[in-house]
Write a protein that binds this ligand. Sequence first.
Ligand SMILES: Cc1cc2nc3c(=O)[nH]c(=O)nc-3n(C[C@H](O)[C@H](O)[C@H](O)COP(=O)(O)OP(=O)(O)OC[C@H]3O[C@@H](n4cnc5c(N)ncnc54)[C@H](O)[C@@H]3O)c2cc1C
Length: 479
Amino acid sequence: MSYYTAMPVVAIIGGGFSGAAVALHLVENGRAGKPARVVVFEPRDILGAGLAYDTHEPAHRINVPAARMSLYPDDPGSFQRWIDDTHVLADDPEAIMTAEQAFPRRQAFGTYVHDTLAPYIADGRIEHRQATVVGLARSGATWRLSGSDGRDLVADIVVLAVSHPAPALPSQLKPLAGHPRLVADPTARDALDVIRADDRVLIVGNGLTSADVVAALTQRGHQGPILSVSRRGLRSRGHSAIAHEPVGDFLSPPSRTASQLLRCIRIELRAARRLGLGWQPVLDAVRAQGQQIWKALPVVERQRIARHIRPFWDAHRFRVAPQVEAVLDGAIEAGRLEILAASLSFSARTGDEIGIGLKLRRRNVFREVTVDAVVVTTGPSHGGILRSQPFLSALQNEGLLAACATGLGIACDDQSRALDASGNIVPALYIAGPLARGTFGELMGLPQVTEHAVFVAGQVGDALERSASTGRVKAGTAG
Ligand SMILES: Cc1cc2nc3c(=O)[nH]c(=O)nc-3n(C[C@H](O)[C@H](O)[C@H](O)COP(=O)(O)OP(=O)(O)OC[C@H]3O[C@@H](n4cnc5c(N)ncnc54)[C@H](O)[C@@H]3O)c2cc1C
């Protein structure tokens, strides 16, 4: 077999925030022994927006203040400076809550990421291939990617950054399939257009996407009643009025069990209360130390957290922007929005009307409601990621990819290298973004996703350096 020192190829599958950030840090950190060709496969028009920030809905706002959303962990002010330079908030005065806190529309953040990558796309150091990867196969020491545009690419290293699969339709709602006002994926563009101003709406799920839906419907002038249900009836919380530094040390020493961790959090919450602080700075400390906390826990305790504590964690960790919180509070006060702890027991259609059976959590009684529209906001089905796309299923069937033990994503090691069905490292295949959180713990909020992208870029850079020092890069990287 012949070898020559051609430019190595790094293919990144998925150009949402994670894929874009890995590409950026790969070309900027200069750790590669020699330049690499960086090709990002992403069917969307721009790199960097992905599911979260590719939205033109004005009611969709970032839920972390702009000053903490950055492509650079060591430069948290990068997005804020871009905002100041571009005057992007000139037509969005509602974005600014206080002098220090702005919560711009999510689309603005996607544009910031894309603008930051633009010079590298222009000079060819990052290639945006606007196609979906439909096949990925091991080919000797390299990978062969097949794109939906009919073109193949042979790559030396592949980074998988496909993060959020479409939500799964709860089985109780299957009888509604085909109903014009069943919104199974509210993140799809203009998905809420089918809902009329006076429609009675059932929202399934009470997290951030549910809050987004209420805010977007309100913005469109919707006036009908909205019932939002989830098993525990926990709604996403807001930020504290005054920003405060994180409070609490959960690492000296780290907890070894889920219940020990909960006890430590409760102790810190009581201490914070005595100091007149809210719960937010304590949960911020848990979030900031989340990856070390997670690493110290045995797998069985991680599973316990994923199964039992996650809904509470999600409701406190994911916070709604103050503007969205105000809309929710207003809707509840006006009696337009009801939040209920209940599970679905059945659904049925009579003509255009939808009947829904609910089992209420507290009293264990049933309630039947009639609505005109149902919106599913149970969130991306991360547990089903390997069944969400044929090329991922094929890799799983070959034993090259495996679900992680916590059911939160794809199995990988602590260098973010994919692990096969037997737990062995799959050469030159990395997992970037939230799908790696079974190994890394808290990896959903932007600050942690950014840090992880920098880490993955460093790992890929090191691998390129190693391959450069051997002077042997596999031939056949054209594509
Ligand atoms: C609705 C929503 C709002 C959020 N808001 C905030 C926020 O305000 N603040 C915060 O801190 N965090 C927020 N988050 C969390 C966090 O910022 C995101 O999870 C993060 O952006 C993850 O980005 P990603 O690139 O890993 O995933 P994704 O955004 O899912 O990007 C994956 C990309 O891969 C592409 N893709 C998929 N399959 C293929 C394929 N076969 N070939 C090629 N491309 C493919 C998709 O088109 C997509 O663009 C939000 C998350 C969501 C879901």
